[in-house]
Design a binder for this molecule. Structure first.
Ligand code: TAP
Length: 496
């Protein structure tokens, strides 16, 4: 089994932040929910409540949309020159960097994510996303068109309007800024609903947005449950677009709600069951590192997790040994401990779901190579888990588990690898490990997925669009395509 942290965590907890913001953020103010209701936010290290947060419902979404509508229809934000929005977004990014310790600690206790990773990588990178779109804010241009008739035309790229941004719990900071930054740069106004499991950082970002100078009503945050606050956003008649990241099941509900309300535009970034394909010529050490990272990073709570690992028969046995050896050094424990590489799963529901998939895998006849059990006495820790002898029709090979569980499978030919990698309803990402350029090219062009990583995994960048094929959704976050989701084209035609 994996190494475990020794349980004496107090020395790592340099400073547990005071939780300052627990109310809804509407029209530039922190306010209670209309009903006065609150819900608990849980620390997954212990299962104990760390805060009570305002539970927004339909009435609160209505108030937030009204504020966002007013800010869009009559406020300064969409009318500012792009360069003015740029300056404010840059200030917002600077404030994030200045408060990175507090934000990282908040996210670590709310989501069980690694403190040092958040502090040095994820949150600074999220601030860079703001800077990236700040740089785009004054370069939003249309085209001049010659036309075939005796007319000429130009196009304007206008902000799409009031947007609803529905965020999952696995990357609360990154997802918040991946959606909020391009929407702000485009000149939109917005209502954001963070996941009920991880509401705290979104409220902190709302506070920083005000300090940065974002006008009241532009960025509103309604915390609460998906079935109430989330559903009110997706069915709202006065929201022009919803950008959603989360499960395929909820993605379907959002699409239905958009269709039966005002036909709002939607973009959906949904589940995945991504393949990592290791060919015979791969360097075993590198391949085993990528495979472990691919499924264990962020405790496997990542939509692009490489949870199906296909290994060619010639390298298979050496790969399995290497994987077993390396998994032993993977430390599970308190996310504040700098040695730890895997913290607790986000909540009890997710913890139970993962363990039940592990039981299914055993019942279906897969062999447990590594792990398979909870770790420690308290909190939602699970051992890194690898199954061998997995067949394509087993549940563990088909369903998104969203946890540290790998299904390892053997293949013979390039054609077989492509066919089996594509035999899924999802199409979010894929990884290929090979030194053969021809194989890399053939496979990357044949796999139906939105992102292909060759000899790397999780190589995200603000400049690289990211999203799914098939039932992994449609629309792209990040890159200039991420910005275009929040813009619409208007053609202006005149006679010549
Ligand atoms: P979801 O239910 O899809 O949650 C994502 C977001 O949608 C949350 O903010 C959620 O709110 C909200 N939501 C839930 N029901 C809604 C509705 N009817 N209308 C509008 N919004 C709604 O995911 P989950 O329950 O947290 O996790 C379940 C599974 O989804 C996971 O095990 C995993 O397989 C998958 N998942 C995928 C991703 C990515 S990045 N693709 C991210 C998270 C989860 P509340 O959670 O606050 O109620």
């Amino acid at each position: 089994m994996a190494a475990q942290s020794n349980g004496n965590y107090s020395k790592y907890l340099t400073k547990i932040p005071e939780i300052k913001f627990t109310q809804l953020f509407i029209n530039g103010e922190f306010v209670d929910s209309t009903s006065g209701k609150t819900f608990e936010s849980i620390d997954p290290r212990t299962g104990e409540a760390i805060a009570r947060v305002a539970e927004g419902e339909k009435e609160d979404v209505d108030v937030a949309v009204k504020a966002a509508r007013e800010a869009f229809d009559h406020g300064p934000w969409p009318r500012l020159p792009g360069s003015a929005r740029r300056r404010i977004l840059l200030k917002f990014a600077d404030l994030i960097n200045e408060n990175v310790d507090e934000l990282a600690a908040l996210e670590a206790i709310d989501a069980g994510k690694l403190f040092y990773w958040l502090k040095t990588q994820e949150i600074p990178q999220a601030a860079e996303i703001l800077r990236y779109y700040a740089g785009a804010a004054d370069k939003i241009h249309g085209e001049t068109l010659k036309m075939s008739s005796e007319h000429q035309a130009y196009t304007l790229l206008e902000p799409i309007g009031v947007v609803g941004l529905i965020i999952p719990w696995n990357f609360p900071s990154m997802m918040f800024l991946m959606k909020v930054a391009p929407a702000l740069a485009a000149g939109c106004t917005m209502v954001v609903k963070p996941a009920e499991q991880t509401p705290l950082s979104a409220l902190y970002y709302a506070h920083l947005s005000k300090l940065a100078g974002i006008p009241d009503g532009v960025l509103n945050v309604v915390t609460g449950y998906g079935s109430k606050a989330g559903a009110s956003i997706s069915s709202h008649m006065d929201i022009d677009k919803v950008s959603f990241t989360g499960s395929t099941e909820v993605g379907r509900l959002i699409m239905q709600a958009a269709a039966t309300s005002n036909l709002k535009a939607i973009s959906l970034e949904l589940g995945g069951k991504s393949p990592l394909i290791v060919f015979d010529d791969a360097e075993v050490d590198q391949a085993a590192d990528l495979a472990l990272l691919g499924v264990l990073f962020n405790k496997g709570e990542i939509c692009v997790a490489g949870s199906r690992v296909f290994v060619q028969e010639g390298i298979y046995d050496r790969f399995v040994e290497k994987l077993r050896e390396k998994a032993k050094t993977w430390v599970v424990g308190d996310p504040f401990d700098p040695k730890v590489r895997q913290g607790p799963q986000v909540d009890k529901k997710q913890f139970d779901k993962i363990l039940s998939y592990i039981e299914h895998g055993k019942r279906e006849g897969a062999t447990l190579l590594i792990g398979g059990k909870p770790c420690g006495e308290t909190g939602y820790y699970i051992e890194p888990t690898v199954f061998t002898d997995v067949t394509d029709n087993m549940m563990i090979a088909k369903d998104e588990i969203f946890g540290p569980v790998m299904s390892l499978m053997k293949f013979k030919s390039v054609e077989e690898a492509i066919q089996r990698a594509n035999a899924t309803r999802y199409g979010l990402a894929a990884g290929i490990v090979t030194r053969d350029l021809n194989v890399a090219n053939t496979v990357s062009r044949s796999i139906r997925a939105g992102v292909i990583w060759i000899n790397c995994y999780f190589a995200f960048d603000r400049d690289c669009p990211y999203g799914g094929f098939k039932m992994s959704g449609f629309g792209r976050d990040l890159g200039m395509q991420g910005l275009s989701q929040y813009l619409q084209v208007k053609s202006v035609v005149t006679p010549i």
